[in-house]
Structures are given as C-alpha cells and as structure tokens.
Ligand binder design. Sequence first.
Ligand SMILES: Nc1ncnc2c1ncn2[C@@H]1O[C@H](COP(=O)(O)OP(=O)(O)OP(=O)(O)O)[C@@H](O)[C@H]1O
Ligand SMILES: [Mg+2]
Length: 323
Amino acid sequence: MIEVKSVNINTFRDDIKYNILYDLSLDIIEGEILGIAGESGSGKSVFARYLLGLNDSNLILNGGELTVDKNIIGSVDDYKRIRGNTISMIFQDAASALNPTFTIGSQLIDTIMLHNPLMSKKDARIKAISCLREVEIDYPEDRLDSCPHQLSGGMSQRVMIALALATEPKYLIADESTTALDKLIERQILDLLLKLNKDRKLTIIFISHDLSILESICDRVAILYAGELMEIVEKKDMASNQLYHPYTRALRDCVPKITREILPSTFRLKTIKGQIQQNDSAMEGRCVFTDRCVSSIDKCVNGKPKFNGKFKCVNPIEVDEKI
Ligand SMILES: Nc1ncnc2c1ncn2[C@@H]1O[C@H](COP(=O)(O)OP(=O)(O)OP(=O)(O)O)[C@@H](O)[C@H]1O
Ligand SMILES: [Mg+2]
C-alpha cells in the first residue's frame, strides 16, 4: 500500500507562495486501479512525480509523509530504492521516452541487467522476450532488433509498458499514457493494463483528464482541483452518478455522450466556466473551487472545507444513496 499523508508542495513566484499540492492525503490500495482526474494544471503529474521523487527542485515539499509498503520514503536514497523497482512509470509520449539510438532489445536487456546485476545476458534476453510477449507484441524475438522509430504508437506504448514491467514493480503509474493514441489502440492498451492488473496483481495509478476512460477501468477515482483532493469516487458511484462534489459533477457533465445522431449546429459541448484557480495563500481560508461553483454559498469562503473521507465540500450535491 502507498500512503500519502497531508502533503504540501509549494512554489514561489515574485515572493508569492503557490500551493501546487495542498494538504493532500490519499492511499493507494494494493491491487486496485486508482484513477486520478482533474483539469489541466490540477497537479496530477506533480503528484505522480512526488511518488517517485522526480519533481523539479523549484517545487518545494513542505510537510507530509509518504509511506510505501510501510517504509517511510523521504531521502534521496529511499527514492532511489523504490524508483523503477517498486514503482514504475509510463508516460504519454512513449516514442520520445524511448532512446531512439538503441534497439528495443538493448534497452530492455540493459534495464533487466541493471536491476538484476547477477543475471547473464542470455537470461536477460530470454526475460526481455517474455516481457514483450506479456505486453502482447507479436514475434517478440524479431522485435528485439527493432529501433523505436520502426514501431507504431500503440507498439511503442506496449514497449514502454514492457520496460516498466521488466523490473517487476508492484505499482505502475500511467500518466496520460493513452492520450496520444487513437481510440481503438487506446482500448487495446487499457485492456492490456486491466490484464496486468488481474494477472500480475499490479497496482495501477492511472492519470487522465478523461473521466469516461477512468470510469471504464478504475476501481476508484480521485478528483484533483488546483492541487487539492476534492472527492474520491468508487467505480459503482461513478456509473450511477452518485457524485457529491459540484466539481466532480461538473467534470462529468463535460464528458460528451456518444451518439449516432447528427447533432444540430447549435450543439455545444459543456464546459466549466472560468479557469482553474491559482492556489495561493488567500485560498487557504476558503474553498478553492468557489468562484466557478454553481453551488457556492457564504460558508464556502468562511474557512477551508475539510475532507470527510469521501469529499471536501460544505454544500455537497444531494445524492440518493439508495441507488
Ligand atoms: N517545475 C514547476 N515549477 C512551477 N510550477 C510548476 C512546475 N511543475 C508544475 N507546475 C505547476 O503545477 C501545477 C500542476 O501541474 P501538473 O503538471 O501536475 O498538472 P496536470 O494536472 O498534470 O496537468 P495536465 O493535465 O495538463 O498534464 C500547474 O499549475 C503547473 O504550472
Ligand atoms: Mg500532467
């Protein structure tokens, strides 16, 4: 289990402090697929990089605790121990994350040998082939000699997953890793992740701004806004629209519905009015979403709402809990 307790990450511009992550507590339970959703700039990638100790030095960690499998992670050495071994990450742009000058085989074999220094090159090659097979790449022996530019987008993403799995991690972070793919290939990669979650018991942290994808693969979805955790939604509650936080509801309303009908020219996709708020110290005494919230009341600006284990809102949407 990964436990994140009360993490604050700040940055300073012109001596003004901005909260990039604010008092964020979130547990990642072994075996689950946890989705992380939120508009662009809500802190999804900063959170992912925090789990791996990869944030830029101008992002300052200000309190909080990270525990991975009961070990407190704080020092550079702690992070080195878990990064790639316990927690691996795959990125949006697989093609540029792979080294263009080396074959797939050499990148996989090097990664495997780095994490298993006593393994022979022959055995590492066998393991590389089995990794490619696990991510359902055809003719894996032949593919070892391919260079990244010879792979399609979907295949590059599979190779990235194979590289991430080569070190046998328990946790995999996928940060917008299917966003650049077409819908058909995206579905294939999502099915692959679901299979790895089931067969390998791989815990997956899946970051996306696309709630419909998260709904289809995640056990729970954490909703971030301006670096704050607004709601945690269970899969069944997402499907039945049992959403308490007005922000979650607004995000979900923005998901376009698939229809075969030709839409009238007056049709507009729903959006959330305004832009994501800068989370500065003025926001510390009020709800950060109030200015864009349709349910805003006086209470929202008189103190910061507390996260009650499910959502963080003083005027939540009334939900029929019997559904
Ligand atoms: N190194 C940095 N220095 C200063 N601000 C940063 C830095 N990295 C991220 N930020 C800010 O932190 C906020 C959260 O960024 P982050 O990249 O985590 O957003 P995101 O939710 O992943 O967005 P997207 O959906 O576009 O990927 C943004 O306002 C961003 O500008
Ligand atoms: Mg991001």
